[in-house]
Design a protein. Structure first.
Length: 345
C-alpha cells in the first residue's frame, strides 16, 4: 500500500500558476504488432538462453512488425486509439510530434506520414529524435506550445520499428529490443488535471555508448557500409547501464524537487522499460517501493521512444492510474539523453 500524502502535503498544481490553462492528457493509446518473438525463438538463432535474458533483463518476449508494417503504421494505430479515447477528431489536431529513431525514411518526417494516415490535415508535423527519452521530450515540447497558447490540441507519439536496425547476429543487443508505439492527446482543458512539469537532460560526450554509425551524412550507405554492418545499432551495455541508473535517479529527484513533493506522493512510476535491474536500482536510489513501479518489459522488451508511452497506456487501461493520482515518468536513452515528468492524472 502506498502511504497517504503527508499531513503537510500541498497539491503540486498550486505551485504552478496555470492562469486558467493546463496541459492535460485527454487520452492515451498504444499498439504493438501481432508477431511475438520469444526468448525460446532467439535461442534458435543466436547463442543465448531464456535463462540469461530473463535474469539479466527481465525480458521474456517482444513484438516484431511485419515487413510491410512501418513506424508510421504503428504510430497511426496508437494515435487512433488515443484520439478515440480523448474524443478528438483529426481536424482538431494542431500539431503532431513523433519521437522515433526508426523513421520510415530519413525524410519526409514520419510525423507527416502519420498526418496523412490520420487525415489530420490542419496539423503541423515534425519528428523528434531523443532516442528512448523521446516521449518525455515530446510531451514537454507539446506542453510549451499549449501553455503559450500557440496550440490547443497536440498529438504526441513515441513509435519504433527497432527490428529494422537490430543486428540479428549480435546477441549483445538483439535480445533486448522490440517494436511498438504509444500515443497521447494533449489538450488545453481549463481546470483539468495535467502534465505538471518535466525535466530533460543530455550528455553528448557519451554519444559513443549507444549509436548507429551508418546512414547519416558521416557514413552514407555504401556496399562497404552494409558489409561492415554499420546500419545496425551498437551498445556498450555495461556503461550504458551505469549511466542509465545515475541519470534516471537524478532526473526523478529533480522533477520531484521542482514539484515540491516526495516519492511517497507518487501513485505510479512509469520508467523506461529497458532492463528490470535498472528499474530496481533506480527504485532503491530514490527510495521508491517496488509496488509503485509499473513494469511491462517482459512482454515488449525495450521499445525505445515507445516504451513509457506503451507502459503509461497499459497502466491507465488496467486501473493502476486513477483520476487525481500523481504519475512519475522517468526515461533514459542514447545521446545520452534523459528526462522525467510528473503528471496529475
Ligand atoms: O534504452 C537505452 C538504454 N539501454 C539500456 O539501458 C541497456 C543497458 N544495459 C543493459 O541492460 C545490460 O548491460 C545488458 C542487458 C545489455 C547486458 O547485461 P550485463 O549484465 O551488463 O552483461 P555484460 O554486457 O556485462 O555481459 C556479460 C556476459 C558477457 O560474456 P563474458 O564476456 O562475461 O564471457 C557477454 O558476452 O554475458 C554475455 N552475453 C550474453 N550471453 C548470453 C551478452 N549477451 C548475451 C546473451 N546471451 N544475449
Amino acid at each position: 500500500m502506498i502511504p497517504p500524502p503527508n499531513p503537510g502535503f500541498k497539491n503540486p498544481r498550486a505551485k504552478f500558476n496555470f492562469v486558467g490553462r493546463t496541459c492535460s492528457i485527454a487520452g492515451v493509446g498504444s499498439y504493438v504488432p501481432a508477431k511475438v518473438l520469444t526468448n525460446a525463438d532467439l535461442e534458435k538463432t543466436v547463442s543465448t538462453s531464456d535463462e540469461w535474458i530473463t535474469t539479466r533483463t527481465g525480458i521474456k518476449e517482444r513484438h516484431i512488425a511485419a515487413p510491410n508494417e512501418f513506424t508510421s503504421d504503428l504510430a497511426a494505430n496508437a494515435a487512433r486509439l488515443a484520439m478515440q479515447r480523448a474524443g478528438t477528431t483529426p481536424e482538431q489536431i494542431d500539431l503532431i510530434i513523433v519521437a522515433t529513431i526508426t523513421p520510415d525514411m530519413p525524410f519526409p518526417s514520419t510525423a507527416c506520414l502519420v498526418q496523412q494516415k490520420l487525415g489530420a490535415h490542419r496539423a503541423a508535423a515534425f519528428d523528434l529524435e531523443a532516442a528512448c527519452s523521446g516521449f518525455i521530450y515530446a510531451l514537454e515540447i507539446a506542453q510549451q506550445f499549449i501553455m503559450s497558447r500557440t496550440y490547443d490540441t497536440v498529438l504526441v507519439i513515441g513509435a519504433e520499428k527497432l527490428s529494422s536496425i537490430v543486428d540479428w547476429e549480435d546477441r549483445n543487443t538483439c535480445v533486448l529490443f522490440g517494436d511498438g508505439a504509444g500515443a497521447a492527446i494533449l489538450r488545453n482543458r481549463p481546470n483539468a488535471h495535467g502534465l505538471l512539469t518535466a525535466v530533460m537532460g543530455a550528455d553528448g560526450r557519451k554519444a559513443d555508448l549507444l549509436f548507429m554509425a551508418g546512414g547519416g551524412s558521416r557514413c552514407p550507405a555504401t556496399a562497404q557500409s552494409v558489409a561492415n554492418r554499420l546500419h545496425f545499432l551498437r551498445m556498450e551495455g555495461r556503461e550504458t547501464f551505469k549511466n542509465a541508473v545515475q541519470a534516471m535517479q537524478t532526473a526523478a529527484e529533480e522533477v520531484l524537487r521542482r514539484c515540491e513533493i516526495d516519492i511517497s506522493h507518487i501513485k505510479c512510476i512509469v520508467p523506461h522499460q529497458a532492463n528490470r535491474r535498472i528499474i530496481d536500482a533506480v527504485g532503491q536510489r530514490i527510495n521508491a517501493k517496488p509496488e509503485q513501479f509499473f513494469i511491462n518489459l517482459h512482454k515488449y522488451g525495450n521499445t525505445s521512444a515507445a516504451s513509457v508511452a506503451i507502459a503509461l497506456d497499459e497502466a491507465v487501461s488496467c486501473g493502476r492510474v486513477q483520476t487525481g493520482d500523481l504519475v512519475l515518468l522517468i526515461v533514459f536513452g542514447a545521446g545520452l539523453t534523459w528526462g522525467a515528468a510528473v503528471i496529475e492524472w
